[in-house]
Design a protein around this ligand. Structure first.
Ligand code: MG
Length: 217
């Protein structure tokens, strides 16, 4: 299969540090066996990534599903109770929240299925989805493409600009939620997997997916 240069570039840039570390393992120079025969490291990208995350995929999915089993009934009730003229919104983190960042090494990255299921329900019921990420601005287009490719309807995507890169992540993310509220939206839920996604208020309810003590970005 011939791939366009930009697609190759995207496939390298739109991955997490953990995945890049896995790539380094995969592309490490061949080592020599005892008899002098060159051999390649046996670890696959997938296993190296899973090792970096220190949690297996099935466990992660089960843990995410447990959280979204709480979130979805709340969203259904809250959406049904929308006030007249209310513009409802949900704010999502991206890495290891809406996308399987540390568990997939492809581009586009697959959606985190339990979160996509809830997002789909919300967007089909008139809720706007906003994505607030610490990813740098250079990743805006590949990230937006990835989200929409997976089935998320993106009403807004906020990446970090040059000046934001030096700000505290929680403060940066909170400021984006304030901006969304100032645009007239009611943020009925904020869903992320790190404490810095969720602290700072400006959401009626927060849902915390696992980060396993900071191992998942
Ligand atoms: Mg995250």
């Amino acid at each position: 299969m011939t791939r366009r240069p930009w697609a190759r570039r995207s496939s390298v840039t739109a991955v997490s540090v953990a995945a890049l570390a896995a790539l380094a393992v995969q592309t490490a120079p061949a080592v020599q066996a005892a008899d002098g025969t060159p051999t390649t490291p046996a670890r696959s990208v997938a296993s190296a990534t899973a090792t970096a995350a220190k949690v297996d995929y099935a466990t992660w999915q089960k843990d995410c599903q447990a959280v979204m089993d709480q979130a979805l009934p709340y969203l259904k009730q809250r959406i049904a109770a929308a006030r007249p003229g209310e513009k409802q919104a949900i704010v999502f983190d991206i890495d290891n929240t809406t996308l399987e960042t540390d568990f997939g090494f492809s581009y586009p990255q697959p959606a985190n299925r339990p979160v996509l299921d809830a997002a789909r329900y919300a967007q089909e019921h008139g809720v706007s989805l906003f994505f607030v990420t610490a990813r740098p601005g250079v990743l805006y287009w590949p990230t937006e493409y990835n989200l929409e490719h997976d089935g998320y309807e993106v009403s807004g995507l906020y990446v970090r600009g040059l000046t934001d890169l030096f700000k505290d992540v929680a403060a940066y993310k909170t400021a984006q939620r304030v901006g969304i509220e100032n645009a007239g939206y009611t943020i009925i839920a904020n869903i992320g997997n790190n404490a810095t996604d969720l602290s700072g208020g400006h959401a009626e309810k927060t849902f915390k997916l696992p980060d396993y003590d900071g191992q998942l970005s």
